[in-house]
Design a binder for this molecule. Structure first.
Ligand code: 5CA
Ligand code: ZN
Length: 419
């Protein structure tokens, strides 16, 4: 899958601190990556209705982590996926009468443009589910061979000319550590599983929570050859397990996404990683949910503010990014036009402040931004530090000729805000 061009990250004097983040599992502030290489997997989009502000906020949050790691002198290996085959994508294509591949392609391209506009650093490994099918099928076959997965009979008409092979499901009860990520009890998880793409009622499963690893062909659905699994398509959680392991190894530093992915997606993908002999991520990070009109912004509800639509209206994408950064990444918040208006005004004020021939010394501003980001990516605190400098620059001024440039470079390198 093609990524988008990497924006330039300006050099800054000195080094940022070690980055600590809140790990979802323990709730504790932990070192995100001991280094010298930091490995990050962030769950990518399912390409329809992209890129709404919820998506944008999540990718901007992990972009802060990426930038803070670079500033701390780490080499960053960043992998992500595109779920370019899955039930919701097929459902949307069918409902709107468009070809699912065309929908996925267009939306993936739009997402890449939005990421460029928002100044998000691209992943170093970026793979679609479809192009990864052979590797995913191998992994599913290994889980069957190890007795950690099993076949479930399919309904009449499913499974093409090999219906007896059935679908394949993972056996969650075979994993003594199942539940390690979200720490929920079994009953809570069944409800969430049903809400978030699972099929607890499917007849023939050992446990209602067992997730699909391989779904056999159904009339009207795309399917791919996969040896003894039979023609079909991959399940969602195993897709991320396989892409993350392939890119980052059996154990890596951080897996991230929005909080809606904590369960079941990250619980299941981590369980699959263990079943394949790895550990998955050491640290799990989850972003808060962005709402609009009183509810979580989501493709299924249709209460969306799209980045591309804001761009079409002539909104400066840096103002969109700044509006997002005004909220801590773990906060749930609601997008309103007032947020955008405040960000536009803030950006204009900062632009004026850095356009003078001098300003107050900015060494402590850079320090304050770095400290804030090192402590669980506290972007709002970093923005306040810039406000303090801008206030001083605009009210009393200063004769440090290097200061405006240093503030502009710090904003660009650490917060992805280009003035
Ligand atoms: N393709 C899967 C992940 S493998 C998926 O969840 N795709 S998505 O398009 O639905 O979401 C992409 C990312 O945006 C996920 O990390 C998801 O948690 C996040 N996200 C979705 N809605 C919101 C929201 N309202 N606020 C914040 N983040 C959101
Ligand atoms: Zn994922």
């Amino acid at each position: 899958m093609r990524t988008w061009p990497a924006p330039h990250v300006p050099e800054l004097p000195g080094r940022g601190p070690e980055v600590r983040v809140v790990d979802t599992t323990s709730g504790e502030l932990v070192v995100a990556a001991p280094g010298p290489v930091a490995e990050l997997y962030v769950c990518g989009i399912t390409p329809y209705d992209a890129t709404h502000l919820g998506h944008a906020a999540t990718y901007i949050a992990f972009d802060l982590l990426h930038r803070a790691w670079l500033d701390a002198g780490l080499e960053v290996h960043y992998a992500s996926n595109v779920t370019d085959i899955d039930d919701p994508l097929l459902e949307r294509a069918a409902a709107t009468g468009v070809d699912w591949e065309k929908l996925a392609e267009e939306q993936t391209a739009l997402f890449a443009e939005d990421m460029t506009a928002l100044g998000v650093l691209p992943p170093t490994t970026y793979l679609g589910a479809v192009e990864t099918i052979p590797t995913i099928a191998d992994a599913v076959q290994r889980l069957l061979d190890r007795g950690l997965a099993y076949r479930v009979p399919v309904e009449e008409g499913a499974g093409g000319d090999r219906p007896e092979l059935g679908d394949v499901y993972a056996d969650v009860q075979a994993d003594p550590h199942f539940g390690s990520v979200a720490g929920l009890d079994h009953d809570e998880t069944v409800a969430l599983f049903a809400e978030r793409g699972g099929d607890p009622q499917r007849p023939g499963k050992r446990d209602p929570l067992d997730p699909a690893l391989w779904r056999r062909e159904r009339p009207g659905e795309p399917a791919w050859d996969a040896g003894e699994l039979g023609r079909g398509r991959p399940g969602w959680h195993i897709e991320c397990t396989v892409i993350a392991q392939g890119a980052l190894g059996a154990e890596f530093d951080v897996q991230g996404g929005g909080r809606d992915l904590c369960f079941p997606h990250h619980e299941m993908s981590t369980a699959h990683a263990r079943a394949l002999g790895g550990e998955g991520a050491r640290v799990h990070m989850h972003t808060g949910m962005v709402a609009y009109d009183g509810e979580k912004m989501s493709k299924s509800l249709g209460n969306l503010v799209l980045v591309s639509r804001l761009r079409d209206r002539g909104v400066d994408p840096m103002a969109v990014r700044l509006a997002v950064l005004g909220h801590h990444y773990r906060e749930d918040w609601e997008w309103t036009d007032a947020h955008l208006e405040r960000a536009v005004a803030r950006l204009a004020r900062w632009r004026t402040a850095v356009s003078g021939n001098g300003g107050p010394d900015a060494t402590s501003t850079l320090e304050a931004i770095r400290t804030a980001l090192g402590q669980d990516l506290d972007a709002p605190a970093a923005l306040r530090a810039v406000d303090t400098w801008a206030d001083a620059a605009l009210s009393v001024g200063g004769d440090d000729e290097g200061a405006p440039g240093l503030v502009a470079r710090a904003l660009d390198a650490l917060l992805g805000i280009r003035l």
